[in-house]
Design a protein around this ligand. Structure first.
Ligand SMILES: NC(=O)c1ccc[n+]([C@@H]2O[C@H](COP(=O)([O-])OP(=O)(O)OC[C@H]3O[C@@H](n4cnc5c(N)ncnc54)[C@H](O)[C@@H]3O)[C@@H](O)[C@H]2O)c1
Length: 380
């Protein structure tokens, strides 16, 4: 049985991913505890149901969204993901956050920002809303803005789930800040349910399991959402490329093999407006089998980008809540390894899932009383 307690969350960046998350909470609000819901590990996750996620604050800079109820803002332009649920008003308005480096020259035509409007005091809004967890959905490359909201989360006493490839949980300096504040952090760069990264990792592991060497590989991605438009600014991609490449190369290195940097190419490749939130991934693996005879694999994957990670976000938030309930501090290593592309420690997916199941058993409703002092869970 779910314990009926709420998880009060604040959303940073009310874009397509936030839209899928908020729609999903509504769509699955009546799911039975033992029901199969695609994309989440369990309906009842350590005592918390999907409907227990309660949005208590949200921040954006787009004038189409600021001041609106979150349930209206999630459908405002340029959001263009699939609408699978009509969310009734939540009674929570989107607050104007500081712009910082969140909007660039590529996205500014589609994202109207009133630079004369004064940003709110984010820490004050977080405190007054009673938020316990902040989820970061800013555009790729928002280094300053992400650091600003991570610090605001710490100052307001909130845990942090970082869904974007700016390194916080996997950056020892930020990991330490959360640990010192006695707060948990899960990141970085959320994995989709079945997306390009997990497909690439799985196929690479299949090759390795069957005694093959990965000679060369690429993963090219196109899409028509603002995430892809924003990523046309190549300078913003430094950490996205590291995160997506390491998610694959780590699997090869874990088997004692190596792949030269010039033989692996993983990244977002182009913006095709009519694709909207549909993402297409083109993937190739070149190898040799017995007798050094060459072979290769080509794959084309088509997914709706934002719903694809919303279930994973719901589980990440519920793990963060279990960490808060049990006073764990710093990076929460096992869930990060399963849910995020660039965790503090990479763990093979099946093992990581098993470790998350154990985490739920240990820290869920059935867990014994919480330890008194915050304890770090940073991997050695
Ligand atoms: N879709 C997935 O499966 C997936 C996977 C991994 C990572 N991500 C990452 O999640 C992030 C969100 O993706 P999305 O598709 O929702 O992007 P999006 O562009 O639709 O949403 C970003 C939102 O942030 C807002 N914003 C910009 N600057 C801001 C600021 N300073 N303060 C507050 N809000 C600000 C924008 O107005 C927009 O509403 C991206 O970084 C993306 O790469 C998504």
């Amino acid at each position: 049985m779910a314990n009926g307690k709420k998880i009060k969350i604040a959303i940073v960046g009310v874009g397509n991913c936030a839209s899928s998350l908020v729609q999903g909470i509504e769509y699955y609000k009546n799911a039975k505890d033992n029901e199969f819901v695609p994309g989440v590990m369990h309906v009842n996750f350590g005592g918390y149901h999907i409907r227990d996620l309660e949005i208590v604050a949200a921040f954006d800079v787009n004038t189409n969204k600021v001041g609106k109820d979150v349930a209206e803002a999630i459908y405002a332009e340029p959001n263009n993901t699939v609408v699978f649920a009509q969310v009734p008003k939540l009674g929570v308005q989107v607050s104007r956050g500081p712009r910082l480096d969140g909007v660039n020259s590529y996205t500014s035509d589609l994202v109207p920002v009133d630079d004369k409007a004064r940003p709110v005091d984010v820490v004050k809004v977080l405190k007054e809303s009673g938020a316990e967890a902040v989820i970061n959905y800013l555009p790729v490359g928002s280094q300053e803005a992400t650091e600003f909201y991570a610090q605001a989360a710490i100052d307001a006493g909130c845990g942090f789930v970082n869904c974007i490839p700016v390194f916080i949980a996997s950056n020892p300096v930020w990991a330490k800040k959360f640990e010192k504040a006695g707060l948990p952090v899960i990141g970085d760069d959320i994995k989709a349910q079945v997306g390009a990264t997990i497909t690439h990792r799985t196929l690479v592991n299949l090759f390795l399991d069957r005694g093959m060497k990965i000679e060369r590989t690429y993963q090219l991605n196109t899409g028509g959402n603002t995430d892809f438009l924003n990523m046309l600014e190549r300078e913003r991609l430094q950490y996205k490329k590291i995160s997506k490449t390491e998610a694959v190369s780590s699997q090869i290195e874990a088997r004692g093999q190596t792949i030269a940097p010039e033989d692996i190419h993983v990244g977002p490749s182009d913006y095709v407006p009519w694709q909207k939130d549909n993402k297409i991934c083109f993937l190739r693996i070149e190898s040799k089998h017995f007798g050094d005879v060459p072979m290769n694999l080509e794959l084309r994957l088509s997914v709706e980008d934002s719903p694809n990670s919303a279930g994973v976000a719901i589980d990440s938030i519920r793990c963060l809540k279990l960490a808060l309930d049990n006073k764990l501090a710093g990076p929460i290593v096992e869930p990060a390894a399963y849910f995020q592309k660039h965790p503090p420690k990479q763990i093979e997916d099946r093992t990581a899932r098993e470790l998350v199941e154990r985490f739920i058993q240990k820290y869920g409703t059935a867990a014994k009383s919480a330890p008194r002092k915050p304890k770090a869970t940073v991997a050695a």
